[in-house]
Design a binder for this molecule. Structure first.
Ligand code: CDP
Length: 215
């Protein structure tokens, strides 16, 4: 029996995957889960409690996380992204967040999840998988503009350095490293505006949807 129509959108920091996932949710009328927010929330909550260095404390925060803890604007900061990638290396944090993500993905109407390991670990059976990339320079520019609009005083060089550190940590960890699923469609958005990227993603998913409808 075929499962729900799940769209997995993975990729590195500031590749455009969040905007693309939101656009796909609108285009296909599906609920969207930004899984990065889960890791950001665990990072911020454990840092506030002074337990960041302890994997057990991080895992406990992950196990008790609720949806209403995901709307805190503090989760959108540069610091929260860094804290997220630190707690995301712990296997117990990842396993504690697995059920939350799988429950979301099991909705009958279908769903869109964006993250790092959706196509490889969380929903390997997803009928539509995208891996969104862009060059580190382009991603740094995008993230720098975003942070500036949020009022965060940070230089472009600092943001580029953050991107390199996060790419290395997310791609180098032992548990669920960031990488494209073998059957993911790669979408390099370096030379695209965000509208062009969202359009390209929609066309890829339309093709996947047609295959899924006919299966
Ligand atoms: O928005 P941005 O791409 O910068 O980050 P995010 O998607 O909010 O994710 C923040 C961090 O959480 C990432 O750098 C990863 O370390 C971690 N993460 C993960 O390990 N697995 C996911 N499915 C989503 C995020």
């Amino acid at each position: 029996m075929k499962g729900p129509f799940v769209i997995a959108v993975d990729g590195p920091a500031a590749s455009g995957k969040g905007t693309i996932a939101t656009g796909l949710g609108k285009a296909f009328d599906l609920p969207v889960l930004d899984t990065g927010l889960l890791y950001r929330a665990v990072g911020v909550l454990t840092a506030r409690a002074g337990g960041l260095g302890d994997p057990e404390t991080c895992a406990a925060a992950a196990a008790t996380l609720t949806a209403d803890q995901l709307s805190d604007p503090a989760l959108r900061t540069r610091e929260a992204g860094e804290l997220a990638s630190q707690v995301a290396v712990h296997p117990h944090v990842r396993s504690a967040l697995l059920e939350f993500q799988r429950t979301f993905a099991s909705q009958e109407q279908g769903s869109v999840l964006d993250g790092r390991d959706i196509g490889t670990v969380i929903c390997p059976q997803a009928p539509a998988k995208l891996y969104v990339t862009a060059s580190p320079q382009v991603r740094a520019q995008r993230r720098w503009r975003q942070l500036k609009a949020q009022g965060e005083p940070v230089s472009l060089d600092e943001v580029l350095a953050d991107i390199h550190i996060r790419d290395a940590r997310d791609g180098g960890r032992d548990d669920a490293p960031m990488r494209p699923a073998p059957d993911a469609v790669l979408l390099d958005t370096s030379e695209m505006t965000i509208e062009q990227a969202a359009d390209a993603a929609r066309r890829i998913v339309e093709a996947a949807r047609a295959r899924w409808d006919g299966s």
